[in-house]
Design a protein around this ligand. Structure first.
Ligand code: PLP
Length: 396
C-alpha cells in the first residue's frame, strides 16, 4: 500500500527532465529555459533591490553571484543528488579548489586516496602543502589504512569512487562513519558514478561534487562543476565562490540543462554497454586485465554492488605488448575519439599517459599501479555490437 501522507518522489528520469524547471517563470511563455546573458539585473525601486541584495526576496543582482539559467542547472543536480542545496562553478577543478579554499586553513590535515583525479592529486601534492595544509594520501583499496589515518584526526576526508583510471571502489559509508567520529568534513567526487548510479550524501557524505563537463553535460561541449550538500555548507561555499569568481557561464549552464534531460537514458545505456564490453574484453586473448566494478572478478565488486545502483560507463583494460600495442591499436578504432575527456555520448579512449596521469613520470604511474599498457575506455551510447566489432578489429 502506498503512503498517502507523503508526496510521491519522482524518479531519476523525471527529475533529469523536470528538476529545477517546474517552478520556473519562463520568458514569454517559452517551454525551454532561456539563456540569460545579462551581467546585471535592473530594479525600479531601491527597497526591492535592497531586499534582493540581502537575499530577503528572490531575485538576482549580478551574474557572478547568481543567474537564472545557472540556477535551473543547480536545482536539477540538487534534485538528482537528493540534497538541500547546490552551487555551481566554472569547471570541476574550480569546484574542488573552492571546496578546499572554503574549508582548509594552514595547519589543517586532509586524508584522501592516491587514486584521485590527476588535477586533484596536483592540488594535494603541489598546492595545498604550499598553504601549509597537510595531506595524507592512502592506498585507495586499503580501508584499514584510511581508517587509521582518519582516526589520527583530520579536517577533511576527500574521496572519489570509482577512481580514474583503474576503477577502484571505496566504501563511502564505512569511511564517512570513521570521519564523523573525528568531526571531519566528508567530500566525495561523484563524477564517474553520476547521480543516477550513486548518491554519496545518502551514504554519509557532507558534500558531493561533479565535473559537469563529463556525464552531466554528456556532449563534451561545456565546462562546469557543481557541489551539493546542506543549506549551511553550500551557503558557505557559495559565499567563497561568488567572491573568488569561478562562476559557471549561462551558456554552459544551458548546455548542461539540455544534456541532463537524457542523463538517465544515457547512463542506463552506458551501464549496460560497459558491462557487455568488460565481459567481452575479459575473454579476449590480447587483453591482460579488465577493471570494471560490475565484474564479479573486481576486488571491490561487493562494495560497488552495495553502494551503486549501476556500475557506470567507465572501464579500463591492459593489453599484451603494453604501450607499443596501444600506439598501433588505438588509432584503428573508428568509433572512438582519442582524447582526454570522458562521459559523453561518443566513446572516448586514451592511455593514462596522455589522460588522467599526464603529470606523472613512468615510475610514478608504476608506483600507482598503472601499467603503461592500460587503456581507459569511456563507453558511449553507440550500438554495443558496433563498439565490440570496432574493438575486435583494432585488437586483432
Ligand atoms: C574531469 C574530472 C575533474 C575535473 O573537472 P573539469 O571540469 O575538467 O575541471 C574532476 N574529477 C573527476 C573525477 C574528473 O573526471
Amino acid at each position: 500500500m502506498t503512503d498517502q501522507t507523503k508526496p510521491p518522489v519522482p524518479g531519476l528520469s523525471t527529475l533529469s527532465i523536470w528538476g529545477g524547471e517546474q517552478d520556473y517563470e519562463l520568458y514569454e511563455r517559452s517551454t525551454q529555459v532561456p539563456v540569460v546573458h545579462s551581467v546585471s539585473y535592473g530594479y525600479t525601486d531601491i527597497d526591492t533591490w535592497h531586499k534582493v541584495a540581502l537575499e530577503e526576496e528572490p531575485g538576482h543582482i549580478y551574474s557572478r553571484n547568481t543567474n537564472p539559467t545557472v540556477r535551473v542547472f543547480e536545482e536539477k543536480v540538487r534534485a538528482l543528488e537528493g540534497a538541500d542545496a547546490a552551487t555551481s562553478f566554472s569547471s570541476g577543478m574550480a569546484a574542488i579548489s573552492n571546496i578546499f579554499g572554503t574549508w582548509l586553513r594552514p595547519g589543517d590535515r586532509v586524508v584522501s586516496i592516491k587514486d584521485s583525479y590527476g588535477g586533484t592529486n596536483r592540488l594535494f601534492t603541489a598546492f595545498l602543502p604550499q598553504m601549509n595544509v597537510n595531506v595524507t594520501l592512502c592506498n585507495t583499496d586499503n580501508h584499514e589504512e584510511i581508517e587509521q589515518e582518519i582516526a589520527k584526526g583530520c579536517t577533511m576526508l576527500y574521496l572519489e569512487s570509482p577512481t580514474n583510471p583503474t576503477l577502484k571502489v571505496t566504501d563511502i559509508k564505512r569511511l564517512a562513519a570513521a570521519a564523523k567520529k573525528v568531526g571531519a568534513l566528508v567530500v566525495v567526487d561523484n563524477t564517474f558514478a553520476t547521480p543516477i548510479n550513486q548518491n554519496p550524501l545518502a551514504l554519509g557524505a557532507d558534500i558531493v561534487l561533479h565535473s559537469a563537463s563529463k556525464y552531466l553535460g554528456g556532449h563534451a561541449d561545456a565546462l562546469g562543476g557543481v557541489a551539493c550538500g546542506s543549506k549551511t555548507l553550500i551557503k558557505k561555499l557559495y559565499q567563497y565562490r561568488e567572491i573568488n569568481g569561478a562562476t559557471l557561464a549561462p551558456m554552459d549552464a544551458y548546455s548542461f540543462i539540455r544534456g541532463m534531460k537524457t542523463l538517465s537514458l544515457r547512463v542506463e545505456r552506458q551501464n549496460q554497454s560497459a558491462m557487455t564490453i568488460a565481459t567481452w574484453l575479459q575473454k579476449h586473448p590480447k587483453v591482460e586485465q579488465v577493471n570494471y566494478p560490475g565484474l564479479e572478478s573486481h576486488p571491490s565488486h561487493d562494495i560497488a554492488k552495495a553502494q551503486m545502483k549501476g556500475f557506470g560507463g567507465m572501464l579500463s583494460f591492459s593489453v599484451v605488448g603494453g604501450l607499443d600495442t596501444i600506439k598501433t591499436c588505438l588509432p584503428k578504432l573508428k568509433l572512438a575519439h582519442m582524447a582526454a575527456n570522458l562521459g559523453c555520448v561518443e566513446t572516448v579512449v586514451g592511455p593514462p599517459l596522455t589522460t588522467s596521469h599526464v603529470e606523472c613520470s613512468a615510475e610514478e604511474r608504476k608506483a600507482a599501479g598503472i601499467p603503461e599498457g592500460l587503456i581507459r575506455y569511456s563507453t558511449g551510447i553507440e550500438d554495443v555490437e558496433d563498439l565490440l566489432a570496432d574493438l575486435e578489429h583494432a585488437l586483432s
